[in-house]
Structures are given as structure tokens and as C-alpha cells.
Design a protein around this ligand. Structure first.
Ligand code: BV8
Length: 240
């Protein structure tokens, strides 16, 4: 099975890769499926990762992201991130990396052109459209920080549930999966759309789909091969 997939990778003209939280699991970043640790055990990410939650409880949501940022600042890309970045470097233009992850680990490993469908947790932006008074150098610290003149809040630069994905990244991802001959779907439960839909688009466009995930997912129906293995364990040999 591994030799078959290795052969498909060797022959592929263009490979599209979609990654999810499982890609960062071996870096020590808990996945969304994992029960939230400690303080956050009683909150459901799908409740917290929304604009409504932020407007209703700005401090709680801000502190949840601050907690996740501190944890992500302490971790490093794993062997899986490194293997994908090394392949992309050795074969310029042959691999398009699409990620649902907001942890920036693919970018830190070297995939600086990764299509970050759900944004980046390290970035902030204004909650309301900024006025002339909303200047980066006068932001008042706080939980969340705000404009001292009009009170406009800073919010994490991620895509919340119910928000549209960045159109440029999504279009580039749709294009990549419609024109690839192989798609690797790594470490995602395949439950969040429109990202999960990319696997179906690849399949309908005639690409082979390979899933790398220790567990079954709803996307398995379009997979020609499912490698039941952790990403950091199998990617280094697959992408060699
Ligand atoms: C949208 C950033 C158009 C934030 C994230 C009602 C109203 C509005 C929208 C909807 C609605 N009903 C449905 C929707 C669509 C909704 C959606 O899909 N909901 C789901 C829950 C049904 N989608 C949206 O809202 C999207 N926007 O549709 O806009 C629109 C606009 C208005 C109105 C309607 C539609 C926006 C979705 C983006 C949300 N933001 N992240 C933040 O991070 O705080 S999503 C977030 O959760 C992650 O980014 C990621 O995408 C997702 C978690 O999924 P996974 O990455 O797959 O991770 P998970 O933990 O689930 O699974 C890990 C997997 O790894 C497991 O399978 C496990 O087995 C595996 N694994 C574990 N260890 C390893 C491993 N694999 C390999 N190796 C290992 N070692």
C-alpha cells in the first residue's frame, strides 16, 4: 500500500494536499476532536469560534485565543510538516499545500505559500471597519485590546464559523484540487466545509485521493487508499 502511494507521488504531475488539526498533533497541538484541556474543557470550540460568541463574551473568547497562542508559540513543526516542505522545495510548482490549520506550522516549516483557508491565529484585525482613529500604534492593551478613541475591538485574524473563507485562498484551493492528479488529505475529520468539500471536488475532477489518518472519516468514500497512520510517522518515507 505504501509503495503504491509512493509510486503515485513519484508519477504525479501535480499534488494537492489538504491538512487539518491532526497534522499538528505530533507537534503537541491538541486537535479540535480532543477534549479541550483544563480551563476550556467546558466550552465547545464551535461555540467559541464565532463572531456572536466574541461579541457576547469578548474577554472569554480573547483569552481562549491567547491561551492557544501561548501553547502554539511553544511548539515546533514536526517531521510531517518538514517532509511536505522539503518535497515542495525539491519539486517547485508540483505541490499545492492547503491547510485548515491556523497554527502557522506549515509556514514555519518552509511552505510559505500554504493556502491558509481559516487564517492565522497569530494575526489580529479590527472587529468593526476601522475609522481614522483606529491606528496600530495607539491600540490600548486589554482582553481584548481596543481603539482608545472609538472602542473598536481587536479580534483574532482567523475565520470563525459562519464567516466566509478568504476568497483568493479558496479559489486557489479549488483550482488546485480541480487540476491535480493526486490529492493527499492529511489529519482532518472532514467535517468542516467548504474545506472538506475539496476532497470531493478532486475526486470528481478525476484525481486519486489518498487519506492519511489513524481514524476513519466521512471523506474515506472518495479515497482510493486510506493510510491508517500518524502524519509525522508516514510522511517522511512517503515524500522522500
Ligand atoms: C462558511 C479557525 C459560508 C477558528 C475554523 C450554519 C451556519 C453557518 C455555517 C454553517 C452552518 N452549518 C454548517 C456551516 C458550515 C460551517 C461548517 O462546516 N460547520 C460544520 C461544523 C458542520 N462552516 C463554516 O462556517 C465556514 N464558513 O461556511 O461560510 C457561510 C457563511 C455564512 C452562513 C453560512 C455559510 C467556516 C469554517 C471555518 C471555521 N474555523 N478554524 C479557530 O481555529 O479557532 S475550523 C477549525 O475546526 C479548524 O480550522 C478545522 O478546520 C476544524 C477542525 O477540523 P480538523 O482540522 O479536521 O480537526 P479535527 O480535530 O476535527 O480532526 C482531527 C483529525 O486528525 C481526526 O480525524 C483525527 O483522527 C486525525 N488525527 C489525529 N492525530 C493525527 C491525525 N491524523 C494524522 N496524524 C495524526 N497524528
Amino acid at each position: 500500500m505504501y509503495d503504491t502511494v509512493r509510486g503515485w507521488i513519484r508519477e504525479a504531475r501535480h499534488i494537492a494536499v489538504l491538512t487539518g488539526a491532526g497534522m499538528s498533533a505530533e507537534s503537541g497541538v491538541p486537535t479540535f476532536r480532543d477534549s479541550q484541556s483544563g480551563l476550556w474543557a467546558r466550552f465547545d470550540p464551535q461555540e467559541l469560534a464565532t463572531e456572536a460568541a466574541f461579541r457576547a463574551h469578548p474577554q472569554r473568547v480573547w483569552d481562549w485565543y491567547a491561551h492557544r497562542r501561548e501553547m502554539i508559540a511553544r511548539v515546533a513543526p514536526n517531521a510531517g510538516h518538514v517532509a511536505l516542505a522539503a518535497f515542495a522545495r525539491r519539486h517547485p510548482g508540483r505541490l499545492t499545500l492547503i491547510t485548515q490549520n491556523v497554527d502557522g506550522l506549515h509556514q514555519r516549516a518552509g511552505n510559505t505559500d500554504a493556502l491558509a483557508l481559516h487564517g492565522n491565529i497569530a494575526e489580529d484585525r479590527w472587529l468593526e471597519a476601522p475609522s481614522a482613529c483606529c491606528q496600530p500604534d495607539t491600540i490600548e492593551a486589554g482582553h481584548p485590546p481596543r481603539c482608545p478613541v472609538c472602542g473598536n475591538l481587536r479580534r483574532p485574524g482567523v475565520v470563525w464559523f459562519g464567516e466566509n473563507l478568504p476568497a483568493v485562498a479558496l479559489e486557489a484551493a479549488e483550482h488546485a484540487v480541480s487540476h491535480c492528479d493526486l490529492m493527499l488529505v492529511i489529519g482532518t475529520s472532514g467535517e468542516v466545509y467548504p474545506a472538506a468539500g475539496l476532497a470531493f471536488t478532486a475526486h470528481q475532477s478525476g484525481a486519486r485521493v489518498v487519506i492519511i489518518n489513524p481514524e476513519p472519516t466521512p471523506l474515506d468514500v472518495v479515497a482510493e487508499q486510506c493510510l491508517r497512520a500518524p502524519a509525522a510517522v508516514c510522511l517522511p518515507s512517503l515524500m522522500a
